[in-house]
Design a protein around this ligand. Structure first.
Ligand code: 5RP
Length: 238
């Protein structure tokens, strides 16, 4: 069960970002996870109140799509005429945020489509509680790498040569590995010492069979950080 204090911080970060950034008529990317869902709910609430109008959304996972359905948020494909020109803002959670606002994402296994949304948005906004802030990356939260099933062993060998230990992500309430929404597997990799996320984001994707990895360094986000004292800190706001 999620602690109340943690839920309250996530909710506060989601509300702060939506209230500050989302305007009527926008095309929104909506992220995945227990923090991002609070931003989705806030958008739904403001639409229901008539404060927001004409929102077109792109959902980064089944979880988010289902939440949008419940809330009456119109969802479109990124290839649709409504969204193919790109998104105004994507709001999402993260597993780690470093001092330069670079990220590790994919704790919920949705990093492939989350990155598509993030990198096709004019503004990328991240909402986190203070527990997600780190000094460096690679040794803490494991970096998820989505691989096609046939690449499981070969890709793991490449990552081990890069200095990482590799664990195949196991499903809960299903025997065997997690199967992503694209029919792939997730290898969670952790390095023996900190790595440069910019180099590693590119390096990991060079491995045959890798579909995407959880380093996000290509569209530096603004970050809304909820602290346990109830304050919201914003970092990188332009
Ligand atoms: C899903 C993600 C999530 O945004 C990330 O794992 C953070 O999740 P939570 O807000 O539940 O801690 O990247 O793929």
């Amino acid at each position: 069960m999620e602690q109340d204090s943690s839920r309250l911080m996530k909710e506060a970060a989601g509300k702060a970002a939506v209230d500050a950034l989302v305007k009527s008529g926008m095309k929104l990317g909506l992220g995945t996870g227990s923090t991002a869902v609070h931003a989705v709910r806030r958008v739904g609430e403001l639409l229901a109140q008539g404060v927001l109008r004409d929102i077109s959304a792109f959902a980064t996972s089944f979880q988010t799509e289902i939440e949008c359905e419940k809330l009456g948020i119109p969802v479109y494909s990124l290839n649709s005429k409504e969204l193919s020109c790109g998104l105004d803002i994507t709001i999402d959670g993260a597993d780690e945020v470093d001092p330069q606002n670079r990220l590790i994402k994919g704790g919920g296994g949705a990093m492939l489509i989350e990155k598509l949304a993030a990198y096709s948005s004019t503004l990328f906004a991240i909402i986190v509680d203070e527990s997600k802030l780190v000094q460096n990356m690679g040794t803490g939260f494991p970096v998820p790498v989505e691989v096609v099933p046939s690449a499981r062993v070969q890709a793991a060998r490449v990552f081990e040569k890069l200095g990482a230990s590799v664990i195949i992500r196991e499903a809960l309430r299903k025997a065997g590995p997690v199967i992503t929404e694209h029919g792939n597997l997730i290898l969670d990799i952790r390095f023996g010492s900190p790595v440069d996320p910019v180099t590693m984001e590119t390096e990991l994707n060079k491995t045959p069979g890798v579909v995407e990895n959880g380093f996000f360094t290509g569209n530096i986000p603004v970050v809304y950080i909820a602290h346990s004292d109830g304050t919201i800190e914003t970092r990188g706001v332009k």
